[in-house]
Design a binder for this molecule. Structure first.
Ligand code: ZN
Length: 279
């Protein structure tokens, strides 16, 4: 009996060490792939030039926007650092449930211009500082990476659902936009309370929650990796994207405000680019 137990323990330890080697080598090759594809993506991005549509200019028939050009969170960095990132509708563009197309990885979804979705129509009653209606989105959605990385994420998701390790989807890191404290972690939500300024919290949705790097109560520095881009939504289907919210103190009261221009300025700062408005 004792002999049998030793054999079982030995087998378990061999299996565990193999898994460690496998995941660190897959992490390494993912990093290499990220670095080489990032070079190509950045060349494409700089060739195209960063543009954005006017705040409040939503996808047609997707709601009533508000032209709020205020940079509510000055000084934040991009949650994606130097990785290509474009604010886009996840509902009305290809792959979204109102789009009539199932291909969320089309190149259009990773190309400029940025587009606002703060007041985009949703089924829920939600408060905000200044959206004309209450059945709104409350944040902006951001696509990141490239078509190739999106396809890679689809394969990774299938592998995870078949019982594979969550780490295979860790392709695009998501970073703290400011120094602060991880003040809440929900089923698919992570809140970052900044150390200074007029912001109550930044809210990140849909990270790969099974491989989240931060924990409740952690202090993070601006640019530090918090987790990875994914589509966790407690079982509700959604595209791979980051939903990003800014909750600011307005006259002493915490209010959902438009993250749109703060994000575009953060993109400029983090990538060393200039984004121009277009109609
Ligand atoms: Zn969203």
């Amino acid at each position: 009996m004792k002999f049998l137990a030793i054999i079982v323990l030995l087998l378990i330890s061999v299996a565990c060490s193999e898994r460690t080697v496998q995941s660190s080598s897959s992490q390494y090759s993912a990093l290499q792939a990220e670095q080489s594809s990032q070079q190509t993506i950045n060349e494409e991005v700089s060739a195209g030039g960063c543009t954005y549509l006017t705040p409040g200019n939503l996808e047609p028939d997707s709601g009533l926007g508000i032209n709020d050009g205020r940079i509510w969170a000055p000084g934040i960095s991009s949650p994606f650092g130097k990785i290509n990132a474009v604010a886009k509708s996840q509902v009305y563009l290809p792959g979204g449930f109102q789009s009539g197309s199932s291909d969320q990885c089309v190149i259009q979804n990773f190309s400029y211009p940025h587009r606002d979705t703060f007041c985009e129509t949703r089924g829920s009653d939600r408060d905000s500082l200044n959206c004309p209606r209450r059945n709104i989105h409350q944040g902006i959605d951001i696509n990141a990476g490239s078509r190739a990385q999106c396809l890679q994420l689809q394969d990774a998701k299938a592998s995870i659902e078949a019982g594979g390790p969550a780490i295979v989807a860790d392709i695009i890191p998501i970073r703290a936009v400011a120094d602060g404290l991880i003040s809440y972690i929900g089923q698919y939500t992570v809140d970052l309370r900044p150390a200074t300024g007029g912001i109550s919290r930044f809210r990140y949705l849909h990270l790969n929650m099974r491989s989240l790097i931060v924990e409740f109560g952690d202090e993070v520095k601006q640019g530090e990796i918090m987790g990875y881009y994914y589509n966790d939504f407690a079982g509700t289907p959604t595209t791979f994207h980051l939903h990003f919210e800014v909750i600011a103190f307005v006259n002493g009261e915490a209010q959902y405000v438009s993250p749109y221009m703060s994000f575009i300025k953060a993109e400029e700062r983090s990538k060393g680019i200039v984004c121009t408005e277009r109609s």
